[in-house]
Ligand binder design. Sequence first.
Ligand code: AMP
Length: 463
Amino acid sequence: MDKKSRKLGEECGVFGVSLTETEGAGLTYNALLALQHRGQESAGIAVLVDRSIRCYKDQGLASEIFNDEALKKLPDAAMAIGHVRYSTTGASCSENAQPIVIEYLRGRLAVAHNGNIVNGMEIKAELEKGGCDFTATTDSEVIATLIAYEALSCSNIEEAVAKAATRLRGAFSLVVLSSQGKLIALRDGWGFRPLCIGEGSLGLAVSSESCALESAGFEFLRDVQPGEMLVIDQKQQMVSSQVLEKDRQGLCIFEYVYFARPDSVIDGLSVYKARFRAGQVLAREYPVEADVVCGVPDSGLEAAQGYSAASGIPFVSGFLKNRYIGRSFIFPSQKQRETAVRLKLNPLKTNISGKRIVLVDDSIVRGTTSAKIIKSLKEAGAAEVHLRISSPPFKYTCHFGTDIDDAKNLIANQISQEELRQRIGADSLGYISLEGLQEACGDCALPFCVGCFNGDYPMAVEE
Ligand code: AMP
């Protein structure tokens, strides 16, 4: 994929199970379907069989990769991990698909990673000096190699994972499967990306989001805490240890704005609730006289409902979304994406024509989506379109898992809000304030990283 033509990238989803039955591959596949929104570029499953790890991964959606034939290639196994990917570092190619399987002192290990570390190049250079080879171009491969390297001087794999983690700076929610029969989950000390644990009649699972636990038949137990490592064995015994300092400053607030699924609960806060409340706050901060409120499907819908509830302006469907095509941003070139937006959302004229509309979306990145959507609403007869955005202006690069090709491409950096309003053809434009978004997310147990909105990152980063 042409990196330059890509806009913001989504990040990844990870999952892992230790079961009493050999249903590992099937349940992991189900979970990947539920995590698909976190990455559509590649997917993979690694299973533990007879002290060996087998992995099947490819580019594409989980449902495309794991057809009957591919699922048959994955043997019955009680332990498995899975990954869905959208590239944040490294190119989009099959070598970069995960889980990454690597040999280590006592066998093999498979690693699935969500996040982005900021000292990957530095560690890679050191490992290369120490004789390690790399085939992919991701920081996830660096993490896997580092674990294998640390294993040389550790008595077991969990010690190696914990030791490796102390070297990493940045975002890492990790799920590791070792051929010694251990499933390990670890969340960085800042808690940038979500990670949670579930329990079911068949055993234990760890997942990026609770929606995937539920979809795969597990009940949410709790979140993995920042800096916590869980080691689960083949008998579903789980041992927790705090292996990294809890820096307690870093859960990505954009998880609530856009990334996560609304039916997930992350660190005590329902994603749905956060979005709904953001809409309520927006209505308070940017009221307007209008006839209807519409949300941009899908990620603007909950905030639109909140705006409607707080303002008393009726919520209506403004668009019909074609559910049978991929998300527009998975298309590689700008030209393809432009056609895809029209293919994807068709205005519902009955609800739009002659109406003054409050249109709610979760974010403006380059401004292309909003411009097209407003144009299509006006062509469908909308009298006025007042755009309301449930996140503050997106101005700064993310170093922790959200891929932005260049901060210069963020429209909020280039022109004033009034110029942007004119460019996208809105009758008015209002972004929620950062304080307003933090208020909407107030029930979260962790403090947030809001670096993409104010440039204030929880750790030093090299620009
Ligand atoms: P743009 O057209 O570049 O302004 O993109 C804004 C649209 O992209 C919004 O409708 C968002 O829902 C969506 N969006 C926000 N964040 C991301 C992301 N990280 N990856 C892909 N799409 C995103």
